[in-house]
Design a protein around this ligand. Sequence first.
Ligand code: PAP
Length: 326
Amino acid sequence: MEVPNFMKDDNITQECKNLISSLPLDKDFLGKNNLCNYKGFWYHYNTLQGILNVENHFRPRDTDIIVASFPKTGTTWLKALTFALVERGKYNANPENHPLLSQNPHILVPFLEVDLYLERQNPDLTNHGSPRKMFGTHVPFFMLQESVKDSPCKIVYVSRNLKDAIVSDWIFRNKYMKSAMHGASFEVFFQSFCRGVNFFGPFWDHVLSYWKASLENPKHVIFMKYEDLKKEPRVQIKRLAEFLDCPFTEEEEESGLVDEILKLCSLRNLSNLEANKTGSICNLEFKDFFRKGEVGDWKNHLTSDMAKKIDDVMEEKLRGSGLKFE
Ligand code: PAP
């Protein structure tokens, strides 16, 4: 498959071109694909166009839900869980008709900037969830602020320790970028994260943007961690349900619905479905979104020096924020 459209720079308006000419510029870890720094974060040019489209035209409805994340930190899982929580009850009579059994979570909860708004200012949003619409995004909170400033919509942010996210991203890119990755160096990729010059980076500013928003407005933004979901899934999914104003009833809990939803959205279940073994979105194959799903897989890929470097950077950047990753 070729490089996804959101990584290219061939579909931007003159206005966006003018903007880019005034921004700090750099290249990605391959030294090939362009990055520009808009309001403190690095984007490929087409993605910046999508972000501007979102900023200027996307206005969520009060009941909408946005699943936000830095790439490879649990997006697919959270999209599935959010969808399953909000839409539960609809498929009790025919559980075999549940949309998560026949459609990938990225179809049911589509990305704003790299999908719906990438090439258009006013996409058709009528088919995305009913009555509550659900969207995904990788942009930092600052970039959403304009869109959501008058809306009590819910923002679900999922984060993960950076070491696992880097490894997950590297392996994912080696799958979807295939020949474009020929000769790519993991060391250079790793360094780009440490410098913060990476797609949607710097990571620490991304997580901090949502962390602070969740502290300031806990009814509007929830901050979740991949590691917590792995460690105590029942506690975390109930926390999420309450935040989304659809807490589990006693009856639901007694009937085992919490575990049913967790099972439906589990890596094992989703990755074995035909709908997730075939098909693609934005030139990314669905099957590549599912891998090990473990905490601490970085130990198999990072040297102890690399691990220390990330730990030191994160310690410095998050100091005083109250946010910690294991
Ligand atoms: P995205 O940002 O490109 O959408 P995202 O879903 O955030 O990707 O990240 C993929 C990671 O989540 C993979 O982690 P790994 O490489 O360390 O294995 C993938 O395995 C994991 N993942 C995907 N679906 C699930 C799930 N249902 N439960 C737990 N982990 C999952």
